[in-house]
Design a binder for this molecule. Structure first.
Ligand code: LM2
Ligand code: CA
Length: 452
Protein backbone atom coordinates (compact mmCIF):
# COMPACT_ATOMS: atom_id res chain seq x y z
CA UNK A 1 0.00 0.00 0.00
CA UNK A 2 1.10 3.54 -0.72
CA UNK A 3 2.02 5.82 2.12
CA UNK A 4 0.16 9.08 2.53
CA UNK A 5 1.54 12.14 0.80
CA UNK A 6 3.67 14.39 2.99
CA UNK A 7 1.70 17.01 4.86
CA UNK A 8 2.16 20.52 3.58
CA UNK A 9 0.50 23.89 3.42
CA UNK A 10 -1.84 22.81 0.65
CA UNK A 11 -5.28 22.59 2.13
CA UNK A 12 -7.70 23.34 -0.68
CA UNK A 13 -10.10 20.48 -1.39
CA UNK A 14 -11.72 19.83 -4.76
CA UNK A 15 -14.82 17.64 -4.95
CA UNK A 16 -14.59 15.74 -8.24
CA UNK A 17 -18.23 14.69 -8.04
CA UNK A 18 -18.91 11.33 -9.71
CA UNK A 19 -15.61 11.26 -11.61
CA UNK A 20 -14.35 7.79 -12.42
CA UNK A 21 -11.06 6.69 -10.87
CA UNK A 22 -9.13 6.77 -14.12
CA UNK A 23 -10.15 10.37 -14.72
CA UNK A 24 -9.40 11.43 -11.13
CA UNK A 25 -5.91 9.98 -11.49
CA UNK A 26 -5.28 11.82 -14.76
CA UNK A 27 -6.57 15.06 -13.23
CA UNK A 28 -4.26 14.76 -10.22
CA UNK A 29 -1.28 14.61 -12.55
CA UNK A 30 -2.36 17.16 -15.15
CA UNK A 31 -4.10 19.79 -13.05
CA UNK A 32 -4.68 19.23 -9.34
CA UNK A 33 -1.02 18.79 -8.40
CA UNK A 34 0.31 21.57 -10.67
CA UNK A 35 -2.40 24.04 -9.59
CA UNK A 36 -1.82 23.36 -5.89
CA UNK A 37 -4.96 21.53 -4.83
CA UNK A 38 -4.16 19.68 -1.60
CA UNK A 39 -6.98 17.15 -1.54
CA UNK A 40 -9.37 15.54 -3.95
CA UNK A 41 -12.70 14.39 -2.53
CA UNK A 42 -14.05 11.47 -4.52
CA UNK A 43 -17.57 10.07 -4.64
CA UNK A 44 -18.47 6.93 -2.67
CA UNK A 45 -16.36 3.98 -3.87
CA UNK A 46 -18.35 1.06 -2.42
CA UNK A 47 -20.71 -1.25 -4.30
CA UNK A 48 -24.14 0.33 -4.75
CA UNK A 49 -27.57 -0.38 -6.21
CA UNK A 50 -27.36 -0.63 -9.96
CA UNK A 51 -29.13 2.21 -11.69
CA UNK A 52 -28.21 5.42 -13.49
CA UNK A 53 -29.03 8.43 -11.25
CA UNK A 54 -25.99 9.96 -9.53
CA UNK A 55 -27.45 9.15 -6.13
CA UNK A 56 -27.04 5.39 -6.46
CA UNK A 57 -23.61 6.10 -4.93
CA UNK A 58 -25.41 6.86 -1.65
CA UNK A 59 -27.09 3.44 -1.50
CA UNK A 60 -24.43 0.92 -0.44
CA UNK A 61 -25.14 -2.78 -0.82
CA UNK A 62 -21.67 -4.05 0.16
CA UNK A 63 -18.27 -2.62 1.02
CA UNK A 64 -16.51 -4.03 -2.02
CA UNK A 65 -14.56 -1.24 -3.74
CA UNK A 66 -16.36 -1.80 -7.03
CA UNK A 67 -18.64 0.82 -8.48
CA UNK A 68 -19.74 2.67 -11.60
CA UNK A 69 -16.61 4.75 -11.06
CA UNK A 70 -14.23 1.83 -11.33
CA UNK A 71 -12.67 -1.26 -9.86
CA UNK A 72 -10.64 -1.73 -6.72
CA UNK A 73 -7.47 -1.89 -8.82
CA UNK A 74 -8.35 1.37 -10.56
CA UNK A 75 -9.11 2.96 -7.20
CA UNK A 76 -5.75 1.82 -5.79
CA UNK A 77 -3.95 3.11 -8.84
CA UNK A 78 -5.77 6.46 -8.56
CA UNK A 79 -4.67 6.88 -4.93
CA UNK A 80 -1.06 6.12 -5.85
CA UNK A 81 -1.11 8.49 -8.83
CA UNK A 82 -2.65 11.32 -6.81
CA UNK A 83 -0.09 10.86 -4.04
CA UNK A 84 2.71 10.97 -6.58
CA UNK A 85 1.25 14.29 -7.74
CA UNK A 86 1.19 15.60 -4.14
CA UNK A 87 -2.59 15.36 -3.81
CA UNK A 88 -4.26 13.56 -0.90
CA UNK A 89 -7.49 11.62 -1.26
CA UNK A 90 -10.68 12.08 0.77
CA UNK A 91 -13.36 9.42 0.32
CA UNK A 92 -17.04 10.18 0.66
CA UNK A 93 -17.95 7.44 3.16
CA UNK A 94 -21.58 6.39 3.48
CA UNK A 95 -21.83 5.05 7.02
CA UNK A 96 -25.25 6.05 8.31
CA UNK A 97 -27.23 3.73 6.12
CA UNK A 98 -27.45 1.10 3.41
CA UNK A 99 -29.80 1.05 0.42
CA UNK A 100 -33.32 2.43 0.41
CA UNK A 101 -35.05 0.56 -2.34
CA UNK A 102 -37.97 -1.50 -1.08
CA UNK A 103 -37.20 -4.38 -3.38
CA UNK A 104 -33.95 -6.25 -3.13
CA UNK A 105 -31.80 -7.04 -6.11
CA UNK A 106 -28.27 -7.43 -7.32
CA UNK A 107 -25.77 -4.66 -6.75
CA UNK A 108 -23.35 -3.17 -9.22
CA UNK A 109 -20.70 -5.84 -8.59
CA UNK A 110 -23.07 -8.78 -8.26
CA UNK A 111 -23.82 -8.87 -4.54
CA UNK A 112 -27.41 -9.76 -3.76
CA UNK A 113 -29.24 -7.74 -1.18
CA UNK A 114 -32.64 -6.97 0.24
CA UNK A 115 -33.89 -4.00 2.22
CA UNK A 116 -32.39 -4.62 5.71
CA UNK A 117 -30.49 -7.65 4.47
CA UNK A 118 -26.95 -7.58 3.09
CA UNK A 119 -25.69 -11.16 3.19
CA UNK A 120 -22.47 -11.59 5.12
CA UNK A 121 -22.54 -7.97 6.26
CA UNK A 122 -25.78 -6.93 7.93
CA UNK A 123 -29.12 -8.49 8.76
CA UNK A 124 -32.39 -7.14 10.12
CA UNK A 125 -31.09 -6.76 13.70
CA UNK A 126 -28.44 -4.25 12.58
CA UNK A 127 -30.93 -1.54 11.65
CA UNK A 128 -33.06 1.02 13.44
CA UNK A 129 -36.80 0.89 13.17
CA UNK A 130 -37.77 4.10 14.85
CA UNK A 131 -41.50 3.49 14.93
CA UNK A 132 -42.45 6.96 13.79
CA UNK A 133 -44.48 8.47 10.99
CA UNK A 134 -45.92 5.17 9.77
CA UNK A 135 -42.93 4.38 7.52
CA UNK A 136 -39.97 4.94 9.90
CA UNK A 137 -38.90 7.98 7.86
CA UNK A 138 -37.53 11.19 9.31
CA UNK A 139 -40.14 13.94 9.23
CA UNK A 140 -39.35 16.26 12.13
CA UNK A 141 -35.86 17.77 12.24
CA UNK A 142 -36.71 19.35 15.59
CA UNK A 143 -36.62 15.89 17.18
CA UNK A 144 -33.11 14.58 17.87
CA UNK A 145 -34.21 10.95 18.31
CA UNK A 146 -36.07 10.98 15.04
CA UNK A 147 -33.23 12.52 13.01
CA UNK A 148 -30.76 9.91 14.26
CA UNK A 149 -32.92 6.79 14.50
CA UNK A 150 -35.45 7.14 11.71
CA UNK A 151 -34.71 6.72 8.01
CA UNK A 152 -33.46 9.40 5.67
CA UNK A 153 -35.58 8.94 2.53
CA UNK A 154 -36.18 5.25 3.32
CA UNK A 155 -32.46 4.42 3.56
CA UNK A 156 -31.97 1.46 5.94
CA UNK A 157 -30.61 3.19 9.04
CA UNK A 158 -27.67 1.43 10.66
CA UNK A 159 -27.61 0.84 14.41
CA UNK A 160 -24.43 2.83 14.85
CA UNK A 161 -24.63 2.32 18.61
CA UNK A 162 -24.05 -1.41 18.12
CA UNK A 163 -20.56 -2.79 18.58
CA UNK A 164 -21.00 -5.09 15.59
CA UNK A 165 -22.06 -2.28 13.25
CA UNK A 166 -19.26 -0.03 14.45
CA UNK A 167 -16.77 -2.80 13.83
CA UNK A 168 -18.11 -3.42 10.34
CA UNK A 169 -17.99 0.26 9.43
CA UNK A 170 -14.48 0.59 10.82
CA UNK A 171 -13.43 -2.45 8.78
CA UNK A 172 -14.66 -0.70 5.64
CA UNK A 173 -12.82 2.51 6.50
CA UNK A 174 -9.69 0.56 7.47
CA UNK A 175 -9.79 -1.20 4.12
CA UNK A 176 -9.76 2.23 2.45
CA UNK A 177 -6.91 3.35 4.71
CA UNK A 178 -4.97 0.25 3.65
CA UNK A 179 -5.35 1.48 0.08
CA UNK A 180 -3.68 4.72 1.16
CA UNK A 181 -6.70 6.98 1.53
CA UNK A 182 -6.01 10.11 3.61
CA UNK A 183 -9.41 11.09 4.92
CA UNK A 184 -13.16 10.74 4.87
CA UNK A 185 -16.17 12.93 4.28
CA UNK A 186 -18.68 11.27 6.58
CA UNK A 187 -21.98 11.35 4.74
CA UNK A 188 -25.08 12.06 6.77
CA UNK A 189 -23.16 12.73 9.99
CA UNK A 190 -26.08 14.60 11.51
CA UNK A 191 -28.01 11.34 11.39
CA UNK A 192 -25.52 9.69 13.73
CA UNK A 193 -24.76 10.80 17.30
CA UNK A 194 -21.30 12.41 17.53
CA UNK A 195 -20.41 9.74 20.10
CA UNK A 196 -21.09 6.97 17.57
CA UNK A 197 -18.74 8.62 15.09
CA UNK A 198 -16.14 8.96 17.85
CA UNK A 199 -16.45 5.23 18.60
CA UNK A 200 -15.96 4.31 14.94
CA UNK A 201 -13.04 6.72 14.65
CA UNK A 202 -11.41 5.04 17.67
CA UNK A 203 -11.33 1.77 15.71
CA UNK A 204 -9.35 3.21 12.78
CA UNK A 205 -5.87 1.78 12.29
CA UNK A 206 -4.28 5.14 11.74
CA UNK A 207 -5.16 8.82 11.80
CA UNK A 208 -7.26 10.16 8.97
CA UNK A 209 -8.63 13.57 8.13
CA UNK A 210 -12.36 13.70 8.91
CA UNK A 211 -14.96 16.14 7.66
CA UNK A 212 -18.48 15.55 8.88
CA UNK A 213 -21.53 16.53 6.91
CA UNK A 214 -23.83 18.20 9.42
CA UNK A 215 -26.27 20.51 7.68
CA UNK A 216 -27.06 23.52 9.84
CA UNK A 217 -30.75 24.09 10.45
CA UNK A 218 -31.87 27.15 12.43
CA UNK A 219 -33.20 26.19 15.84
CA UNK A 220 -32.63 22.46 15.36
CA UNK A 221 -31.54 20.45 18.39
CA UNK A 222 -28.60 18.84 16.57
CA UNK A 223 -25.98 21.51 15.96
CA UNK A 224 -22.82 21.24 13.81
CA UNK A 225 -20.61 22.29 16.73
CA UNK A 226 -21.43 19.02 18.54
CA UNK A 227 -19.22 17.23 16.05
CA UNK A 228 -16.03 19.29 16.19
CA UNK A 229 -14.47 16.93 18.74
CA UNK A 230 -14.25 14.28 16.02
CA UNK A 231 -12.74 16.47 13.29
CA UNK A 232 -13.82 19.11 10.80
CA UNK A 233 -17.45 19.90 9.99
CA UNK A 234 -19.06 21.43 6.90
CA UNK A 235 -20.30 24.99 7.47
CA UNK A 236 -23.40 25.06 5.27
CA UNK A 237 -24.34 28.63 6.17
CA UNK A 238 -21.27 29.95 4.32
CA UNK A 239 -22.36 29.19 0.76
CA UNK A 240 -25.91 30.36 1.36
CA UNK A 241 -24.85 33.63 2.95
CA UNK A 242 -22.20 34.23 0.30
CA UNK A 243 -24.83 33.78 -2.42
CA UNK A 244 -27.15 36.18 -0.62
CA UNK A 245 -24.43 38.83 -0.39
CA UNK A 246 -23.70 38.54 -4.12
CA UNK A 247 -27.31 38.28 -5.25
CA UNK A 248 -29.31 40.48 -2.92
CA UNK A 249 -27.19 42.28 -0.40
CA UNK A 250 -23.74 43.82 -0.26
CA UNK A 251 -20.20 42.52 -0.58
CA UNK A 252 -19.29 45.24 1.93
CA UNK A 253 -20.96 43.10 4.61
CA UNK A 254 -18.34 40.40 4.10
CA UNK A 255 -15.87 42.47 6.13
CA UNK A 256 -16.24 40.13 9.13
CA UNK A 257 -17.47 37.01 7.31
CA UNK A 258 -16.92 33.89 9.39
CA UNK A 259 -17.09 33.30 13.12
CA UNK A 260 -18.78 36.68 13.72
CA UNK A 261 -21.66 35.38 11.65
CA UNK A 262 -22.24 32.63 14.20
CA UNK A 263 -20.35 30.02 12.22
CA UNK A 264 -18.19 27.16 13.44
CA UNK A 265 -14.68 28.02 14.52
CA UNK A 266 -12.52 28.65 11.48
CA UNK A 267 -10.09 25.85 12.31
CA UNK A 268 -12.89 23.27 12.21
CA UNK A 269 -14.96 24.51 9.27
CA UNK A 270 -14.94 23.29 5.69
CA UNK A 271 -16.64 25.80 3.39
CA UNK A 272 -17.90 25.74 -0.17
CA UNK A 273 -19.92 27.87 -2.55
CA UNK A 274 -21.99 24.78 -3.38
CA UNK A 275 -21.82 21.00 -3.17
CA UNK A 276 -23.66 18.27 -5.05
CA UNK A 277 -26.74 18.61 -2.85
CA UNK A 278 -26.97 22.39 -2.52
CA UNK A 279 -26.38 22.96 -6.24
CA UNK A 280 -29.58 20.97 -6.79
CA UNK A 281 -31.54 22.64 -4.00
CA UNK A 282 -31.00 26.29 -4.90
CA UNK A 283 -30.18 29.28 -2.73
CA UNK A 284 -26.50 29.05 -3.60
CA UNK A 285 -24.29 30.09 -6.49
CA UNK A 286 -23.39 27.38 -8.99
CA UNK A 287 -21.60 27.02 -12.32
CA UNK A 288 -24.77 28.36 -13.95
CA UNK A 289 -24.00 31.77 -12.44
CA UNK A 290 -20.81 31.95 -14.53
CA UNK A 291 -18.94 35.20 -13.71
CA UNK A 292 -20.59 35.69 -10.35
CA UNK A 293 -19.67 32.11 -9.44
CA UNK A 294 -16.05 32.77 -10.37
CA UNK A 295 -15.99 35.91 -8.20
CA UNK A 296 -17.55 34.07 -5.25
CA UNK A 297 -14.93 31.34 -5.52
CA UNK A 298 -12.20 33.97 -5.77
CA UNK A 299 -13.49 35.47 -2.53
CA UNK A 300 -13.71 32.08 -0.82
CA UNK A 301 -10.18 31.15 -1.80
CA UNK A 302 -8.78 34.52 -0.73
CA UNK A 303 -10.64 34.84 2.56
CA UNK A 304 -9.05 32.97 5.45
CA UNK A 305 -12.13 31.46 7.08
CA UNK A 306 -12.30 27.67 7.10
CA UNK A 307 -10.89 25.16 4.65
CA UNK A 308 -12.22 25.82 1.14
CA UNK A 309 -13.70 23.02 -0.93
CA UNK A 310 -14.12 23.76 -4.64
CA UNK A 311 -17.03 22.04 -6.38
CA UNK A 312 -16.55 20.32 -9.74
CA UNK A 313 -19.76 19.14 -11.40
CA UNK A 314 -21.16 17.30 -14.33
CA UNK A 315 -23.72 19.43 -16.15
CA UNK A 316 -27.35 18.41 -15.81
CA UNK A 317 -30.86 19.53 -16.52
CA UNK A 318 -32.84 17.22 -14.24
CA UNK A 319 -32.11 16.73 -10.54
CA UNK A 320 -31.66 12.96 -10.74
CA UNK A 321 -29.74 12.90 -14.02
CA UNK A 322 -26.58 10.86 -13.69
CA UNK A 323 -23.14 11.64 -15.09
CA UNK A 324 -22.16 10.65 -18.66
CA UNK A 325 -22.04 6.84 -18.84
CA UNK A 326 -21.64 4.04 -21.36
CA UNK A 327 -24.10 1.32 -22.32
CA UNK A 328 -23.03 -0.80 -19.33
CA UNK A 329 -23.80 2.04 -16.92
CA UNK A 330 -20.10 2.70 -16.31
CA UNK A 331 -19.21 6.34 -15.85
CA UNK A 332 -17.12 7.36 -18.83
CA UNK A 333 -13.83 9.22 -18.78
CA UNK A 334 -14.20 12.93 -18.14
CA UNK A 335 -13.87 15.42 -20.95
CA UNK A 336 -13.92 18.88 -19.44
CA UNK A 337 -16.45 21.32 -20.88
CA UNK A 338 -18.39 18.49 -22.52
CA UNK A 339 -20.90 17.05 -20.10
CA UNK A 340 -18.55 17.99 -17.28
CA UNK A 341 -18.26 21.56 -16.06
CA UNK A 342 -14.81 21.29 -14.44
CA UNK A 343 -15.25 24.46 -12.38
CA UNK A 344 -11.94 23.65 -10.68
CA UNK A 345 -10.20 24.30 -14.00
CA UNK A 346 -11.80 27.69 -14.63
CA UNK A 347 -8.72 29.90 -14.80
CA UNK A 348 -9.82 32.25 -11.99
CA UNK A 349 -10.61 29.38 -9.64
CA UNK A 350 -7.53 27.32 -10.44
CA UNK A 351 -5.25 30.35 -10.12
CA UNK A 352 -6.81 31.41 -6.82
CA UNK A 353 -5.79 28.04 -5.35
CA UNK A 354 -2.23 29.31 -5.78
CA UNK A 355 -3.26 32.53 -4.03
CA UNK A 356 -4.64 30.51 -1.11
CA UNK A 357 -1.46 28.50 -0.79
CA UNK A 358 0.81 31.53 -1.04
CA UNK A 359 -1.15 33.45 1.61
CA UNK A 360 -1.67 30.58 4.07
CA UNK A 361 -1.39 31.81 7.64
CA UNK A 362 -1.54 35.54 6.84
CA UNK A 363 -4.30 37.64 8.39
CA UNK A 364 -6.60 40.14 6.71
CA UNK A 365 -5.61 43.80 6.65
CA UNK A 366 -6.25 46.95 4.63
CA UNK A 367 -9.94 46.16 4.20
CA UNK A 368 -11.67 48.61 1.86
CA UNK A 369 -15.27 48.82 0.75
CA UNK A 370 -17.34 51.49 -0.93
CA UNK A 371 -20.35 50.57 1.18
CA UNK A 372 -21.77 48.40 -1.57
CA UNK A 373 -20.28 45.95 -4.07
CA UNK A 374 -16.68 47.06 -4.32
CA UNK A 375 -14.35 45.48 -1.76
CA UNK A 376 -10.64 44.91 -1.33
CA UNK A 377 -8.31 43.43 1.26
CA UNK A 378 -4.78 42.25 1.86
CA UNK A 379 -3.62 38.94 3.17
CA UNK A 380 -0.96 40.69 5.16
CA UNK A 381 2.33 40.81 3.34
CA UNK A 382 1.32 37.99 0.99
CA UNK A 383 -1.53 38.90 -1.32
CA UNK A 384 -4.29 41.29 -2.29
CA UNK A 385 -7.75 40.90 -3.81
CA UNK A 386 -10.20 43.52 -5.00
CA UNK A 387 -13.66 42.62 -6.30
CA UNK A 388 -15.81 45.15 -8.10
CA UNK A 389 -19.29 43.69 -8.42
CA UNK A 390 -20.82 47.08 -9.19
CA UNK A 391 -22.61 47.53 -12.50
CA UNK A 392 -19.92 49.90 -13.70
CA UNK A 393 -16.14 50.03 -13.81
CA UNK A 394 -14.07 51.64 -11.06
CA UNK A 395 -11.38 53.57 -12.90
CA UNK A 396 -8.37 55.60 -11.84
CA UNK A 397 -8.27 54.39 -8.26
CA UNK A 398 -5.22 53.35 -6.25
CA UNK A 399 -5.15 50.45 -3.79
CA UNK A 400 -2.98 50.12 -0.72
CA UNK A 401 -1.64 46.59 -0.46
CA UNK A 402 1.30 46.80 1.93
CA UNK A 403 3.00 44.25 -0.35
CA UNK A 404 6.68 44.38 -1.26
CA UNK A 405 7.33 46.58 -4.29
CA UNK A 406 7.45 44.76 -7.58
CA UNK A 407 5.61 43.41 -10.56
CA UNK A 408 2.84 40.91 -9.89
CA UNK A 409 0.72 38.76 -12.19
CA UNK A 410 -3.00 39.54 -11.98
CA UNK A 411 -4.05 35.92 -11.52
CA UNK A 412 -7.71 36.72 -12.21
CA UNK A 413 -6.85 37.58 -15.81
CA UNK A 414 -3.62 35.74 -16.33
CA UNK A 415 -1.78 32.60 -15.35
CA UNK A 416 1.67 32.73 -13.83
CA UNK A 417 4.00 30.00 -14.94
CA UNK A 418 7.74 29.63 -15.38
CA UNK A 419 8.22 33.20 -14.20
CA UNK A 420 5.93 34.82 -16.71
CA UNK A 421 2.37 36.06 -16.69
CA UNK A 422 -0.11 35.44 -19.50
CA UNK A 423 -2.22 38.45 -18.47
CA UNK A 424 -1.92 41.98 -17.09
CA UNK A 425 0.93 42.82 -14.73
CA UNK A 426 0.23 44.94 -11.64
CA UNK A 427 3.03 47.13 -10.36
CA UNK A 428 3.17 47.74 -6.61
CA UNK A 429 5.25 50.81 -5.78
CA UNK A 430 7.76 51.23 -2.98
CA UNK A 431 4.98 52.45 -0.66
CA UNK A 432 2.81 49.40 -1.30
CA UNK A 433 0.27 51.00 -3.68
CA UNK A 434 -0.88 50.10 -7.15
CA UNK A 435 -3.21 51.89 -9.56
CA UNK A 436 -5.59 49.98 -11.82
CA UNK A 437 -9.00 50.06 -13.43
CA UNK A 438 -11.41 47.32 -12.41
CA UNK A 439 -14.23 46.63 -14.88
CA UNK A 440 -17.80 45.96 -13.71
CA UNK A 441 -18.30 42.48 -12.19
CA UNK A 442 -14.59 41.82 -12.22
CA UNK A 443 -11.63 41.48 -9.89
CA UNK A 444 -7.85 41.76 -9.57
CA UNK A 445 -5.76 39.40 -7.45
CA UNK A 446 -2.02 39.42 -6.82
CA UNK A 447 0.18 37.40 -4.49
CA UNK A 448 3.82 36.80 -3.67
CA UNK A 449 3.75 33.37 -5.33
CA UNK A 450 3.09 35.03 -8.70
CA UNK A 451 5.62 37.87 -8.65
CA UNK A 452 7.63 38.50 -11.78
C1 LM2 B 1 -26.38 12.90 1.93
N1 LM2 B 1 -25.83 13.50 2.90
O1 LM2 B 1 -26.25 13.41 4.12
C2 LM2 B 1 -25.91 13.06 0.54
O2 LM2 B 1 -25.04 14.18 0.43
C3 LM2 B 1 -27.11 13.13 -0.33
O3 LM2 B 1 -26.75 13.39 -1.66
C4 LM2 B 1 -27.87 11.81 -0.19
O4 LM2 B 1 -29.12 11.84 -0.91
C5 LM2 B 1 -28.25 11.55 1.25
N2 LM2 B 1 -27.42 12.14 2.22
C6 LM2 B 1 -28.20 10.06 1.48
O5 LM2 B 1 -26.87 9.60 1.47
C7 LM2 B 1 -29.08 11.33 -2.23
C8 LM2 B 1 -30.20 11.96 -3.06
C9 LM2 B 1 -31.53 11.30 -2.78
C10 LM2 B 1 -31.44 9.81 -2.92
C11 LM2 B 1 -30.39 9.34 -1.91
C12 LM2 B 1 -30.18 7.83 -1.93
O6 LM2 B 1 -30.27 13.36 -2.78
O7 LM2 B 1 -32.48 11.79 -3.74
O8 LM2 B 1 -32.68 9.20 -2.65
O9 LM2 B 1 -29.11 9.93 -2.23
O10 LM2 B 1 -29.80 7.39 -3.19
C13 LM2 B 1 -33.23 8.36 -3.67
C14 LM2 B 1 -34.59 8.86 -4.12
C15 LM2 B 1 -35.56 8.80 -2.93
C16 LM2 B 1 -35.65 7.37 -2.40
C17 LM2 B 1 -34.24 6.90 -2.04
C18 LM2 B 1 -34.22 5.45 -1.57
O11 LM2 B 1 -34.46 10.21 -4.57
O12 LM2 B 1 -36.87 9.23 -3.37
O13 LM2 B 1 -36.46 7.36 -1.19
O14 LM2 B 1 -33.37 7.02 -3.18
O15 LM2 B 1 -34.61 4.59 -2.59
C19 LM2 B 1 -37.69 6.68 -1.26
CA1 CA C 1 -28.96 7.15 11.76
Amino acid sequence: PATAATPGAKKVIVQLFEWNWTSVAAECTSTLGPKGYGYVQVSPPQEHVNSSPWWVSYQPVSYRIESRKGTRAQFQSMVNTCHAAGVKVIVDAVVNHMSGQENGGTGWAGSSYGHYNYPGIYSAQDFHYCGRNGNNDIANYNDRYEVQNCELVNLADLKTESEYVRGRLAAYLNDLLSLGVDGFRLDGSKHMPAADIAAIKAKLNRSAYLVQEVIYGAGEPIQPAEYTGNGDVHEFRYGKDLARMFNNERLAYLKNFGESWGYLSSAKAVVFTDNHDTQREGGVLTYRDRGTYALANAFMLAWPYGTPAVMSSFTYSGRDQGPPADGSNRITNVTCYSGWECEHRWPVIANMVGFRNATEGAGVSNWYDNGYQHIAFSRTGKGYLTINDEGSAVNGRSYYTGLPAGRYCDVVHGTFSNGSCSGPVITVDSSGWFAANVPAHDAIAIHIGAKL
